[in-house]
Design a protein around this ligand. Structure first.
Ligand code: ADP
Ligand code: MG
Length: 236
């Protein structure tokens, strides 16, 4: 029931403040809800990587994140876990529509993120979908607003914003820009600016990139508010 759920949420939120981030060794040390912990266990994820350790905690506190970490460092869970927790804290449900939008440069990456989300999010009740083209655009745009977590490529998303009479993302809580440097390398700077202008300003944004180029910094300035900077270097 809702009253009990509210108490559980309040207790976890209190833990966000009490926890010492440097003491985090296992995922079970993080104040994540039971559904997320079960998803992590089922997928056999036990120990967070450095980028996960550093970004999940401030993201749970609602901070914007500007993360720099190489390919293979585990950025997917670094943003998916705060997405799941953020929507869970709000008790997001089917009627609430689009709550989190994840933008990634290619279809291939979108599929990969979707697969990880399916695994770690399987105990949650959120709907999730891919918006990457290849489907009828009108059919897809009817789906987009009803889906809780949308993973998309920038060109296809902009097509929806341009071709539908209005882009209904007024409820959006969380925006993730994955592999921002690659998005920009593919020539999507103007597209990203247009997308961000179409999104509600009161939201949490997490931007991840392998490199910090000038164009990434420009995009960060446009999309983030007072972000926590996370830079993870390789250990040898
Ligand atoms: P990135 O987006 O930074 O390139 P990914 O999120 O795709 O990295 O993760 C790279 C690989 O590491 C994937 O195969 C993923 O399953 C694995 N991985 C990520 N986090 C963990 C973890 N905490 N424990 C074990 N494996 C992990
Ligand atoms: Mg990645």
């Amino acid at each position: 029931p809702w009253e009990i759920e509210k108490e559980i949420i309040a207790k976890l939120q209190q833990k966000y403040k009490d926890i010492d981030p440097s003491s985090i060794q296992k995922f079970s040390d993080l104040p994540l809800c039971r559904k997320t912990q079960q998803g992590l266990q089922a997928a056999d994820y036990k120990f967070p990587t450095d980028v996960q350790k550093n970004s999940i905690h401030p993201a749970l506190l609602g901070r914007d994140i500007l993360g720099a970490a190489k390919t293979g460092s585990g950025k997917t869970l670094a943003f998916l876990l705060p997405v799941l927790e953020g929507l869970w804290r709000l008790q997001w449900s089917q009627q609430d529509g689009l709550g989190a939008l994840i933008i990634t440069p290619t279809r291939e990456l979108a599929y990969q993120i979707f697969e990880v989300l399916r695994k770690v999010g399987k105990k949650h009740d959120f709907s999730a979908g891919l918006v990457i083209g290849g489907k009828d655009v009108t059919e897809e745009s009817q789906q987009i607003y009803r889906t809780n977590i949308v993973i998309c490529t920038p060109g296809r998303l902009l097509q929806h914003m341009d071709e539908t009479a209005y882009f209904e993302a007024t409820n959006l809580q969380i925006l993730v820009l994955d592999e921002a440097d690659r998005i920009l390398d593919l020539g999507f700077a103007a597209t990203m600016n247009a997308i961000i202008q179409n999104l509600p300003p009161t939201r949490q944004t997490m931007l991840f990139s392998a490199t910090q180029t000038k164009s990434v910094k420009d995009l960060a300035r446009l999309s983030l508010k007072n972000p926590v900077y996370i830079s993870v270097h390789e250990h040898h």
